[in-house]
Design a protein around this ligand. Structure first.
Ligand SMILES: [Zn+2]
Length: 242
């Protein structure tokens, strides 16, 4: 297991081989090409799951429990700094299956320590939308996939959370008059819930620019519909419950 001691020991090795070529290009500032909001969960690592070698100056990362933007002063401030001052044009909101923060909002979390409660409650909107979607699907006899039922709708909630945070950011960008940012949502299937593939990344909303496997649908609600398609049919928007 990684300890602070190991971090400092590792830095001693790092400074022995750190060259001007590594540091010099980055001393005047940063121009990251990707802004990513993802979960603090220690199993989530953008470099590992995307098979991208860590490099200085490329990814502006915001991590918090539940990959939230709405309700987090810290997250929204950091994202807006990246998109407006650093002019980054790609924003990825990345959720994952089995998210503890999403699970927590459906539990008796209000008996937890106040600082934790204050964070989890920013997911209340997501919880209410998820419950509303489920109840409307049941009322209209729209079949709910066994995959969704089997994990007590928590993966569905994680999907909706990602889409909700993306929609929130789109509305903020529109309100602030910021154009040209590609906002994309995805789920990292940590638990292989959507298929027997370890760690697959699934697009939930937006355009990844990739027309291969990454566009696989999370759960097909018939005719290739995603939960967003079903929500549109049911006239449920992320604004309607505010
Ligand atoms: Zn998580």
């Amino acid at each position: 297991m990684i300890t602070i001691k190991e971090v400092f020991e590792g830095n001693r090795r790092h400074i022995e081989c750190a060259t001007d070529a590594l540091y010099a290009p980055h001393l005047k500032g940063q121009s990251p090409t990707l802004c990513v909001v993802y979960c603090s969960d220690s199993r989530e690592n953008i470099h590992i799951i995307s098979d991208i070698e860590p490099k200085m100056g490329e990814i502006f990362a915001i991590e918090n429990a539940g990959n939230v933007v709405d309700g987090s002063v810290s997250a929204i401030g950091a994202v807006m700094y990246c998109l407006t001052h650093l002019k980054t044009k790609e924003l990825l909101i990345l959720g994952h299956t089995g998210c503890g923060a999403v699970t927590a909002v459906f539990s008796d979390y209000k008996s937890d320590r106040q600082m934790i409660v204050d964070h989890i409650k920013v997911l209340e909107n997501v919880k209410q939308i998820t419950l509303h979607v489920i109840s409307q699907m049941e009322a209209r006899d729209i079949p709910i996939d066994e995959i969704v039922k089997s994990d007590k709708y928590l993966s569905l909630a994680s999907e909706i959370n990602v889409d909700y945070q993306c929609e929130f950011m789109k509305q903020i960008l529109k309100r602030e008059g910021i154009d040209g940012v590609n906002v994309v949502g995805a789920i990292h299937d940590l638990h292989s819930i959507y298929g027997a593939i370890n760690g697959a990344l699934y697009l939930t909303c937006g355009d990844s620019g990739n027309d291969s496997d990454i566009k696989k649908k999370l759960v097909d609600y018939g005719s290739g519909r995603t939960v967003r398609d079903v929500m549109a049919e049911l006239d449920i928007s992320f604004n309607s419950l505010e």
